[in-house]
Design a protein around this ligand. Sequence first.
Ligand SMILES: *[C@@H]1O[C@H](CO)[C@@H](O)[C@H](O)[C@H]1NC(C)=O
Ligand SMILES: *[C@@H]1O[C@H](CO)[C@@H](O)[C@H](O)[C@H]1NC(C)=O
Ligand SMILES: *[C@@H]1O[C@H](CO)[C@@H](O)[C@H](O)[C@H]1NC(C)=O
Ligand SMILES: *[C@@H]1O[C@H](CO)[C@@H](O)[C@H](O)[C@H]1NC(C)=O
Ligand SMILES: *[C@@H]1O[C@H](CO)[C@@H](O)[C@H](O)[C@H]1NC(C)=O
Ligand SMILES: *[C@@H]1O[C@H](CO)[C@@H](O)[C@H](O)[C@H]1NC(C)=O
Ligand SMILES: *[C@@H]1O[C@H](CO)[C@@H](O)[C@H](O)[C@H]1NC(C)=O
Ligand SMILES: *[C@@H]1O[C@H](CO)[C@@H](O)[C@H](O)[C@H]1NC(C)=O
Ligand SMILES: *[C@@H]1O[C@H](CO)[C@@H](O)[C@H](O)[C@H]1NC(C)=O
Ligand SMILES: *[C@@H]1O[C@H](CO)[C@@H](O)[C@H](O)[C@H]1NC(C)=O
Length: 875
Amino acid sequence: MEIFKHLMFSFISIAALTVMVHAESQSGFISIDCGLPENSVYTDKNSGINYTSDATFTETGVSYNISSEYNSSTLEQQFLNVRSFPEGTRNCYTIKPALENIKFLIRARFMYGNYDGRSKVPSFDLLLGADVWDSVELENASTIVTKEIIHIPRSNYVYVCFINTGSGTPFISSLEFRVLKNTTYETESGSLLLYLRWDLGSTTNKTIRYQDDIYDRIWEPYNRPEWTPINTSSVVFPDIYKQPSTVMSTGVTPANVNDSLTFSWATSDNTTQYFIYLYFAELQQDQMTKHNRQMYIYVNRELWYTKPYVLEYLEASTLYTSGPIDKLDEFSINKTEESPLPPILNALELYKVKDFLQLLTNQQDVDAIMNIKTKYGVKRSKWQGDPCTPKAYLWRGLNCSYNEYNPPRIIFLNLSSSGLAGEIPPFISSLTVLESLDLSNNSLIGPVPGFLSQLAYLKVLNLAGNKLQGSVPAELIERGDNGFLILSVDGNPDLCLSTSCTKRKNVVVPVLASIVAVSILVAASISILWILKTRKKGTTWNNENNGTLQLKNRRFLYSEVLRITDNYERIIGRGGFGRVYHGNLDDTQVAVKMLFPSSVQGYKQFQAEVELLMRVHHKNWTTLVGYCDDGTHMGLIYEFMANGNLESHLLDEERSIADVLSWEGRLRIATETAQGLEYLHSGCKPPIIHRDVKPTNILLNEKFHAKIADFGLSRIFPVDTGTHISTVIAGTPGYLDPEYYTSNRLTEKSDVYSFGVVLLQMIASKPAIEKSIDRTHIIQWVSFMLAKGDIRNIVDPKLQGDFSMNSVWKATEVAMACVSQTSAKRPTMKQVVFDLNESLAIEMDRTTVGHEIESKDSSESISLNLRSELPPLAR
Ligand SMILES: *[C@@H]1O[C@H](CO)[C@@H](O)[C@H](O)[C@H]1NC(C)=O
Ligand SMILES: *[C@@H]1O[C@H](CO)[C@@H](O)[C@H](O)[C@H]1NC(C)=O
Ligand SMILES: *[C@@H]1O[C@H](CO)[C@@H](O)[C@H](O)[C@H]1NC(C)=O
Ligand SMILES: *[C@@H]1O[C@H](CO)[C@@H](O)[C@H](O)[C@H]1NC(C)=O
Ligand SMILES: *[C@@H]1O[C@H](CO)[C@@H](O)[C@H](O)[C@H]1NC(C)=O
Ligand SMILES: *[C@@H]1O[C@H](CO)[C@@H](O)[C@H](O)[C@H]1NC(C)=O
Ligand SMILES: *[C@@H]1O[C@H](CO)[C@@H](O)[C@H](O)[C@H]1NC(C)=O
Ligand SMILES: *[C@@H]1O[C@H](CO)[C@@H](O)[C@H](O)[C@H]1NC(C)=O
Ligand SMILES: *[C@@H]1O[C@H](CO)[C@@H](O)[C@H](O)[C@H]1NC(C)=O
Ligand SMILES: *[C@@H]1O[C@H](CO)[C@@H](O)[C@H](O)[C@H]1NC(C)=O
């Protein structure tokens, strides 16, 4: 009892957690000076930023002033005090931004300043949500460490937490949120961890932030002796990155006109990916119209953009990478041979890609439990951060359900002896998958609310030891009587545990009304029993998120399936687990995949497929129209793909020559398939591995657009184990990644391998494994032909030479890279898409007569595409 602070009728206003967005300046800023006394605010004398106390954002920790020897007039005020977290291993701030789905720059800053008088700098981990953001390492008491990330929170609540790793007490000096335009700093996936942000050629040696920078980025001055700083007193106009004029009006050029501006460093690890942002502006007026400064930009010694880059006078322009760069160790800016002026650079930023993979608790459950916490004054030190994740820091008294696909949900809530007063919290009704609820030994009053009987999964309900009144809802009593619910209501003197007691006082209730009421109750309890019964079969997947709700409407009865398929009139496919039938639904054609009733493995795959298809929406994936889960009949209804699967087009000997897929057509199908896989690997959170990429799973619609099908074997990357997962070997012989086969380690590169085999098949129109006695694999055959230098004879003879040799060569290179024995040598699907597009462009150049390549004008931003080295092939 002593453990919990009982706070009866304490209302911590949730509004205090909601930070309003200022309409004028500092729009969307959340500026928290940690350790500042509660309710204090001040305006920073340099930046003019208004800082508030952190007291409403956390319930734990202790405020300290730094030691006076570290207090100086130049130190920003935010470092004068800190919040320290001596208790527990995890402590959190909870911030609820007023806007959702916003791109934030989040910054946490730390200066120890010997606040605790121990003269020992700690180190600890910083978390964002449930994932490690970074570790905080301080050199000495006056070191200022700044951790900054550009991140779009996936939840309404943002948790910034500190983990005590055994190397001292975590603390923090300030926490800031800034709103960025979502069209800047774009990544396909992942957040951006700030690595460096430099203002080059600064004349003042001062850091620049708000109000020069409206986004309050902090620019550090940087210069080198071999560079010549240049500056202008004019204003430089920003582009959408809103570079401050003070940053852009200074820059550097190499002291020797023929030298380059080179940035290089030793890469310590080869897993980190980077994004580069280079900011340029011409500062010398007399060069305005002549474009006398022409530059080439190299990244990792490869030319970034093939055209010379030119600048406009006093206009900022940004060059950035559109995709992540692997193994970045150098970039340089060189003048072109003709350029009389040396290269210039005004500012730059470098970010590391950081993936946030942990699924946070279901939003509805979070809102419910947060409301219970604040409105009922539940003060528990372990009630911090996300309720269910990471599992090690699960909120005390809670238990959650976890699976690979969906956010965790709260299934168990124990609030016994927690000093709850007032009526039973209505927010509990939102915890819709709750299985066990314990509210015993509190001071709850009022009736037992009807919503408790709506909790269809509830198996244990303990309300004992309160002051509840009235009668227990009949449904709950009935579920107790039927053994579906363990119900305890002892120790509530005014509570009546029978359906008859409500009417005793109120004799004037018309008989008819009570009969109606009883029949409604009976109907309700029947439906609950029914829900409980159907649930026993294990169909838990149909009560999850919004995606499912949509799909619920698309649930078909078996009788409807029979009508749609015209009593299974036309079989269009057969598989190990069932058959596929043609059907008509509202005048559109569909494909109906029905499972054999006995197929247990099939049922698992059926569930996997429904769950995945609900998450996957991409033009190169078959669309799920609906499903059937009616008794023993289970099936999936897809859009109909008029031109069947790719294999029949490649290998079917009976097709006429007129039906042969052209080389361009094949390349389009290959590119679209690659896009579909790329989406799965980098567009889905967490990423998904298909595991069964093969021509029969690539379907073609009436316009020969490719869509990937069959999720039956797909696996989602689990969260903890890094980039690979161990699993039972599954897949199709001929397409199985040999590394996966021997190591049992599954990565997305296994799909790349399978795709490589498919691509070879599209070039050669051969099966993956020859049906002859020696069962030659297509990779061996192609390698053999390449070694002979005989590339022309690799190509499907049915194409009759109607293709660009360069295009085929390019595609073969890609395919051979994909089927490299070691996964590390294989390209990513993103690179594959890029290379196939190039191959397609070559082929289209050949087929389009009089085609002219428009030279692109230099624009504000240019994309970078760096490609991995392809293995050398004999030409
Ligand atoms: C900052 O605080 C000052 C003084 O409290 C106030 O006058 C000003 O409006 C605030 N500015 C913003 C942007 O909130
Ligand atoms: C911190 O310093 C301020 C004066 O700057 C003082 O008012 C306050 O009491 C100090 N707080 C603590 C916890 O020592
Ligand atoms: C820091 O020094 C300033 C004067 O330079 C003083 O006003 C302030 O109270 C000091 N703060 C702390 C926390 O010692
Ligand atoms: C503290 O560390 C910083 C680097 O983080 C260094 O520049 C500074 O000189 C150090 N100060 C002392 C007093 O050692
Ligand atoms: C950017 O945000 C706006 C609203 O703030 C939204 O309409 C738009 O779809 C977003 N764009 C992207 C690419 O997320
Ligand atoms: C800026 O810093 C450099 C190197 O630390 C120094 O040589 C130079 O004098 C400083 N300039 C100003 C204006 O402080
Ligand atoms: C710009 O650089 C020149 C030297 O080239 C220097 O004299 C001048 O003070 C600088 N201007 C500013 C605004 O710092
Ligand atoms: C730069 O290179 C050009 C051509 O190679 C040469 O004529 C010129 O002397 C070089 N300038 C310097 C300063 O090295
Ligand atoms: C850029 O210029 C430097 C100096 O002239 C030269 O050493 C370097 O090779 C050039 N870089 C590239 C990629 O051409
Ligand atoms: C980094 O690359 C080197 C050489 O390519 C390799 O030996 C090492 O295992 C790689 N490390 C990681 C973490 O991938």
